[in-house]
Design a protein around this ligand. Sequence first.
Ligand code: PEP
Ligand code: MG
Length: 332
Amino acid sequence: RMEGLSKASQAYAARRDEPAVTADGVPMELSMNAGLLIELPRLEETGAAGVGLFRTEFQFMISHTLPRVSAQIEMYRAVLKAAGGKPVVFRTLDLGGDKVTRFIPELREPNPALGWRALRMGLDRPALTRYQLRALVRASAGQVLKVLFPMVADIGELQRARDLLHTELELARRHGHGVPERVETGLMIETPAVAFAPEPFLDLCDFAAVGANDLMQYFFAADRQNPQVAQRYDVLNPAPLALLKSVREACDAAGKPVSVCGEMAGRPLEACVLAGLGYRRLSMSAGSVGPVKAALAECDAGRLGTWLAGEMATKRPDTDKSLRQKLIGAAQ
Ligand code: PEP
Ligand code: MG
């Protein structure tokens, strides 16, 4: 089966069944991001712990019409079945921003990253959200349902999203449908409004996921879709790292498991830095699981964390050398 794979891929494949652990023995949980059913076999291939982020909007983006509740149920059931008992975190619709559909033309806005996207749209169109939650509840009968709410910026949004979920659970019970064995609600931490004061939001949730793509887009005020600015700023800088660290500390203090699921979690150097900041759960595209596992195995997370704390304490990027250059130097 390994024939035809590059040397590097063979090495990653050989690690598939090994646990992810840093050089200093810190266990890490690596999950994969997915958005389509056809990606699910990668769970087995990569040995990922589960689907840390299932982007449900893809089904809506590729459809010409609004997917019916029955089609949504079918899709979510198939995803859970294909996951074979590994946990799957379903994120509610994150349409808007860069993700547009034909049937909601209002999503084409002049400033979409700051616009009517994700939960904002989902709460203004509660029927849309309720149908989706209904489908998730029905598809997860007898199993654990993990629902993640994207683009929360205000506590009222999270409360209303949770209310819709509870309404659908009640409805399913009243109609005699099977309900999930347990429901866990998750908070995406991807707006500065939440990242700088996550505590009240965490009180309302069972787990959290840092959407580093959006959080860093808003942190640097740089549109992630605009090639002229998207790569302009380095996440490996004291200020954004200090924010990521404080988010992790707040989640730990609240006793809520937290993962990082933006692209940075799938880049080996950044993944090591996240481990150094105290993150123990990362979710990434399937192809990154092997490379990240290999990098973590070489990384002394404790020592890196101490070194990063020193860098962050300076509160200013080194003028001669970026943190990235220093990290690469230190790793060699
Ligand atoms: C993120 O914002 O980091 C994230 C994981 O979600 P998306 O890329 O779908 O916005
Ligand atoms: Mg996001």
